[in-house]
Structure formats: structure tokens, C-alpha cells
Design a protein around this ligand. Structure first.
Ligand SMILES: [Mn+2]
Length: 402
């Protein structure tokens, strides 16, 4: 039996207002081929299928189109919800999808045993992203040292309960757990939204019971192994979702199961459908680099332009804006541009470099910048405000999703 682990597709995602639907379509076409070629029997998608709780129609169409291809290939699917997904939206068609060998677990289930999928010779604990309310239920009557510790304990307890059920009920079969969470020591990029109290309540690799022969994680967009443990992995997103991922090699993971054991875990590289590139230097450097730019990927490149000059000169700002304004190339699109002057005296009034878009600044960065201007506040007060703000943000986001 062959299992493919992927996560964080973020269908419907836009990068600086530019639609990534072509990137997604190319990935899905490639994935369908791979599943056919390698005769994959089971596909695990560990959360963040969609980028938004209420995704655009095109993204939903793409999702259902893909599910249909899997039915034709006789590949079973297990889909779990991520922090970007609406649990209710994902769950809405689950009854009918179940009939088609597609298991959907949008949000934590009650009873928890509904998260367990028993297949021939394999058991999957399909754990979705656990929201605050799910965790509060889990640890009711118990108290850790802090709210952060409680979140960690709640997650651990959820997995421990599933492990216990599996130990009793399923003997001598490999057991896989899915999850959408922030694991301790993982290296994130700029496109994940912070979860579980600003990532403070991280789960440790050792928190996962030894009962799980493999833990298929989602949430972090860079593929990685957790705590040096080969059996706990993030597949990462299959396409870059921010400029910070421009140099990442994207992958999917294939597990081979035979004789009731996971025999092999291997990575398959996802081809680069689109180049994301930083073009940096003086205005003259940037001009010549833009003219000389060659695109080798099938889709137009996305460029980030950064001009760095020594001395402040408003004419250079104008020159850059004009350059970007008329830049029209069949190879590339400039998605963002900015300029900075090395010798410029930084005052609190010029908090942002010229040309930085508001959408590139996270809510927390904005508050951070604002707090930097508050000389009367102590560092501790600033930290407390930031923590309270982080909690509020999380509440607003979770409200949006439900
Ligand atoms: Mn994600």
C-alpha cells in the first residue's frame, strides 16, 4: 500500500493580489499524474485545503474537480481541516463524500472516535486543527501552569486518547496520525498565520505517542522533520505562498506500507511552476537586471524589487515608481517594490520604507511599530499589550472561520 502525504494547498490564495490558480492547477495536474504513476492508494491532506474560510467559487470548483479525478483513479482520500479552513464548510458535503471513499474531518469530532479511519491493514487518526473550544473541552477540570501550557496539554491529550483507543482496538497494523499544529522547533515562513496563542503553545515531538508510526503534519509551509524524528513530518505547501519561500524545494511525501509496517518514507520534489525572485541593488543595477531577466519556469515569474541607494533622493523614488509603472514583460510581473536609503536618519515618523504596501505589514508588526514610538511605556507593558493583542487577533480569526 502506498500513501501520499501533503498539506497546505491554500486553494484560492492570492499573492499580492495575483491569483495563484494557474500554479494550483499545474500542481494538481502533476499530482494526479504522480498518483497514477506510483499507484498511490491513499492521499492524506493535512489541513489548509483552502486559503480562506469562505473561498472563491473557482477554488471550490478546483477542489471538487480534483476529488473527482481521485475517484477515477480509485485513490482514497482523507482531508482534515486547517486553521485557514472553515470546519463547517469542509464538513458540509462529508456524508456524500464518504460514499465516494473520501473522508473529511473539518473540525474535532465528538465522540473523538469518529476521527479514526480504519482501512485494510492501516489505521489513520484524522485529527484536524484543534480550535480553542475543542481544547478547553479536552482539559476541563485539569489545570496546567498557564494558558499556554493548557493548550499544549489539550493537544497532547487529544492525541493520547486516540492512541489509547488504537492500542486496544487495532493490533499489528501501522497507525498514522494527521495534525495541523505548530510543533516545537519548526522553521516557519511568512505565509502561515500564527496559531495557538501566537505559536507560543507549541507541541513537542515527544508529545506524540509511540503508537503513531507516522505523524503527517500540516501548517508549516517548509517541509521538515520534527526533533530529528523521521516519523514526524511536515510535508510543507506544494507551491510557494510567500516570497520567503522562494528558495524552498517543495515536496510531497510517499510512505510504503507492507507486512504491517511502514517500510519506506521518501520525498518527491514538486517541479517549480513559477519562479519567485528578489531583484535587489541600486536603481541602475535593478534596471539592468530587469532588462536581462530570463524566465525558465512555465508561468510568468513573480518579482520583488528592492532598490537600495546611499543617499536620499526623491527623484530616485519617482524613477523607480515610473520604472515599475511601465514594466511590462512577457517573462515576469513585479509584485512588490520598495526603496531604502542607507544614510537616511531614521526617525520614528518614517517607520516604513517608501513603497511598502499596507498589506505586507501584519497586524502585529503594525502594533509593534506603533509601540516603538511609545517612550513612556515600559518594555513589560509593551510585551503585555502585544500578548493581549495576539489573543484578540486569534479570537477574531476563529470567529471568522466559524
Ligand atoms: Mn497553511
Amino acid at each position: 500500500m502506498k500513501i501520499l502525504h501533503t498539506a497546505d494547498w491554500h486553494l484560492g490564495k492570492k499573492l499580492h493580489k495575483h491569483d495563484l490558480s494557474k500554479d494550483h492547477q499545474m500542481f494538481l495536474d502533476w499530482l494526479i499524474n504522480l498518483i497514477q504513476e506510483k499507484s498511490i492508494d491513499l492521499l492524506l491532506i493535512s489541513g489548509d485545503i483552502f486559503d480562506l474560510a469562505n473561498p472563491p467559487i473557482e477554488a471550490r470548483t478546483m477542489y471538487y474537480w480534483f476529488l473527482r479525478q481521485m475517484i477515477q483513479l480509485k485513490c482514497k482520500i482523507i482531508v482534515t481541516g486547517g486553521n485557514h479552513d472553515s470546519a463547517l464548510m469542509l464538513d458540509a458535503p462529508k456524508e456524500i463524500l464518504q460514499l465516494l471513499d473520501i473522508k473529511v474531518v473539518g473540525g474535532a469530532t465528538n465522540p473523538i472516535v469518529n476521527e479514526i479511519v480504519a482501512l485494510e491493514n492501516l489505521v489513520v487518526c484524522a485529527v484536524p486543527y484543534l480550535r480553542d473550544a475543542d481544547l478547553r473541552q479536552a482539559i476541563e477540570g485539569e489545570s496546567g501552569t498557564s494558558r499556554i501550557e493548557n493548550v499544549r496539554l489539550g493537544i497532547k491529550k487529544h492525541y493520547d486518547e486516540l492512541a489509547e483507543i488504537c492500542q486496544k482496538k487495532y493490533l499489528n497494523v501501522p497507525i498514522i496520525a494527521m495534525g495541523h499544529l505548530y510543533a516545537n522547533g519548526s522553521i516557519s515562513s511568512e505565509s502561515e498565520r500564527e496559531i495557538q496563542i501566537g505559536n507560543l503553545a507549541s507541541v513537542d515531538g515527544n508529545d506524540f505517542s509511540k503508537t503513531f508510526n507516522y505523524v503527517a503534519l500540516g501548517h508549516i509551509h517548509r517541509p521538515q522533520i520534527i526533533g530529528g524524528n523521521e516519523r514526524i513530518r511536515y510535508s510543507g505547501s506544494p507551491i510557494p505562498l510567500s516570497f520567503s519561500e522562494k528558495n524552498d524545494q517543495k515536496i510531497v511525501i510517499i510512505l510504503e506500507v507492507s507486512e504491517n509496517k511502514i517500510q519506506q518514507i521518501s520525498e518527491v520534489q514538486v517541479p517549480k511552476f513559477r519562479e519567485l525572485k528578489l531583484i535587489s541593488g541600486t536603481i541602475e543595477n535593478v534596471k539592468s537586471k530587469l532588462i536581462a531577466f530570463q524566465n525558465e519556469a512555465p508561468l510568468k515569474s513573480f518579482l520583488e524589487v528592492e532598490v537600495i541607494e546611499d543617499n536620499f533622493n526623491p527623484l530616485i523614488i519617482k524613477e523607480l515608481n515610473d520604472l515599475i509603472g511601465v514594466f511590462d514583460d512577457e517573462n515576469a510581473i513585479v509584485l512588490k517594490h520598495k526603496i531604502s536609503f542607507k544614510n537616511e536618519v531614521k526617525s520614528s515618523e518614517e517607520l516604513f520604507v517608501e513603497g511598502q504596501n499596507l498589506e505586507d505589514i501584519s497586524e502585529k508588526e503594525m502594533l509593534q511599530k506603533r509601540l516603538e514610538r511609545e517612550n513612556a511605556l515600559s518594555e513589560i507593558h509593551k510585551e503585555m499589550m502585544m500578548e493581549a493583542f495576539t489573543e484578540l487577533l486569534l479570537m477574531v480569526e476563529q470567529d471568522d472561520e466559524n
